[in-house]
Structures are given as structure tokens and as C-alpha cells.
Write a new protein. Structure first.
Length: 131
């Protein structure tokens, strides 16, 4: 791979658990906004927008099945970054944060519809219904 590759979820996807509703990943939407505001950044990346359902084969081919959470930036061959992370399948234990709210029965306090990836307890992906 000669260029950095950015994987984003295509907006407006459906979850069979919530028929008739459409969703988007707000993390991906935020990055889409940055790319639209700074087109010179988008020109430096290979951006691939993929469907929400798993397995996400194009991602698996590069980083393995356990690292399908998006958005995801895969650096070009031979490229390093002081900010890069090492993927793990075992998350460290964190103190549980609780919040009592009728809208958010889970421990994170967010009204979460969809959780992404093996590290969901660390970074909960909140999906919002599109307007």
C-alpha cells in the first residue's frame, strides 16, 4: 500500500433490530466534515466508504477480523506515526461509571443503539438516527 487508507461507514444504514430507521456513525460523519472542509487532506488519502454490516472484508484483509471498528486509518507501508496504536483483543479493566437516567440504562450513560468492536467498553460508538 503506497498511500494511507481511511475506512469510513457509509451513512444512512439500517439495523435489522430497528426496522424502518436509518443510522449514521457520528465519528465517521465528523471525519467526513473535516475532509469536505479541507479537500487537500482528502487528496492525500485513499478513502473507502463501506457498508455497516459485518464482516467488513476489505478491512479484515488489512488489519484482521478483530479490528473492524470504524473509522479506521491504515498507514501506508513503511509509514509510522507517534500517534499510532497497537490493536489488542484484551481491553484493560476500567472503573465503571454509572449514571441514573431513564433514557440511558447502560453503564456508560449514553443512549447507545449499536456498539462497535471488541473494545466497546472503552469507546462506545453512538449511532444517531438521521433526520
Amino acid at each position: 500500500m503506497t498511500r494511507d487508507r481511511l475506512f469510513l461507514l457509509r451513512p444512512g444504514f439500517e439495523d435489522p433490530a430497528f426496522p424502518g430507521q436509518r443510522f449514521y456513525c457520528w465519528h465517521c460523519a465528523l471525519i467526513e466534515g473535516v475532509l469536505a472542509s479541507f479537500p487537500q487532506l482528502a487528496e492525500k488519502l485513499d478513502v473507502e466508504r463501506i457498508a455497516w454490516p459485518r464482516p467488513r472484508l476489505s478491512v479484515i484483509a488489512l488489519v484482521g477480523e478483530e479490528n473492524q471498528s470504524l473509522p479506521l486509518l491504515v498507514l501506508a507501508d513503511g509509514t509510522t506515526s507517534p500517534h499510532q496504536t497497537v490493536a489488542t483483543t484484551t481491553a484493560p479493566s476500567l472503573p465503571t461509571r454509572t449514571r441514573s437516567s431513564p433514557r440511558s440504562p447502560n453503564a456508560t450513560g449514553f443512549p447507545t443503539r449499536i456498539r462497535e468492536g471488541p473494545l466497546a467498553q472503552l469507546s462506545v460508538s453512538r449511532m444517531r438516527r438521521s433526520a
